[in-house]
Design a protein around this ligand. Structure first.
Ligand code: AMP
Length: 211
């Protein structure tokens, strides 16, 4: 099964991706994680991506699509969870066309729906593990030990682009470029609309039921 997690920044895509990947025994392809990894390792791609990410802008399509394509070619699992890709119509069409050429397709798009007013609060409480990329929230999804990743014991950090000003721009970019994908996939009949305002466990239960 090939699935996409869609939703505004702060909707809980990363948290649900972790759960879904375990449940489906799938490969987790997060473009944001790949860019952050490249920034950490100071690669050419990382240097190019950083300037856009720091402003909350999208990394240019030609870099992003090529990166996803290389990754998809190297994954031998049939089950893939795409998280953070596609983020605009160009990327969605490139993905559809590329998969079609390989007699493949996206099976389901899980749209996690959270009203805009809630997003800023959610993102400002977000903490992530720099080692395994799992995400937590200080109030709604805290780690067992304050500030420490449950899985590998790393000290949790706040993402650079989770600062309020950048977050506001990320939400604006989502509204301008990404939100059209809800209708795009609805028209294809593969969108499931999930109420993302509940607890992470309840959201995941709704996803499992819809699948
Ligand atoms: P995320 O971790 O998915 O919130 O992504 C963090 C940042 O990485 C975004 O704000 C963008 O700057 C960049 N990014 C991630 N995925 C994409 C994508 N599909 N297209 C363009 N930029 C992306």
């Amino acid at each position: 099964m090939k699935s996409i997690l869609l939703g505004p920044p702060g909707a809980g895509k990363g948290t649900q991706a972790d759960k879904l990947v375990e449940y489906l025994n799938a490969y987790h392809l997060s473009t944001g994680d790949i860019f952050r990894e490249n920034i950490k390792n100071n690669t050419e791609l990382g240097k190019k991506a950083k300037s856009f990410m720091d402003k909350g802008e999208l990394v240019p399509d030609e870099l992003t699509v090529e990166l996803v394509w290389d990754k998809l070619k190297s994954i031998d699992s049939e089950n893939i969870v795409l998280d953070g890709f596609p983020r605009n119509l160009f990327q969605a069409k490139a993905l559809d066309d590329g998969l079609k050429n390989n007699n493949d397709k996206i099976d389901v798009v899980i749209y996690i729906n959270v009203p805009e007013e809630e997003l800023i609060d959610r993102i400002s409480g977000r903490r992530v593990c720099p080692t395994c990329s799992r995400s937590y929230h200080i109030k709604s999804n805290p780690p067992k030990v304050d500030g420490i990743c449950d899985y590998d014991g790393s000290k949790l950090i706040q993402r650079e682009d989770d600062k309020e000003e950048t977050v506001r721009n990320r939400i604006k970019v989502y509204n301008e470029s990404t939100s059209v994908l809800v209708d795009y996939y609805k028209e294809q009949g593969i969108l499931i609309d999930i109420d993302g305002t509940k607890t992470p466990e309840d959201v995941f239960e709704s996803i499992k039921k819809s699948l």
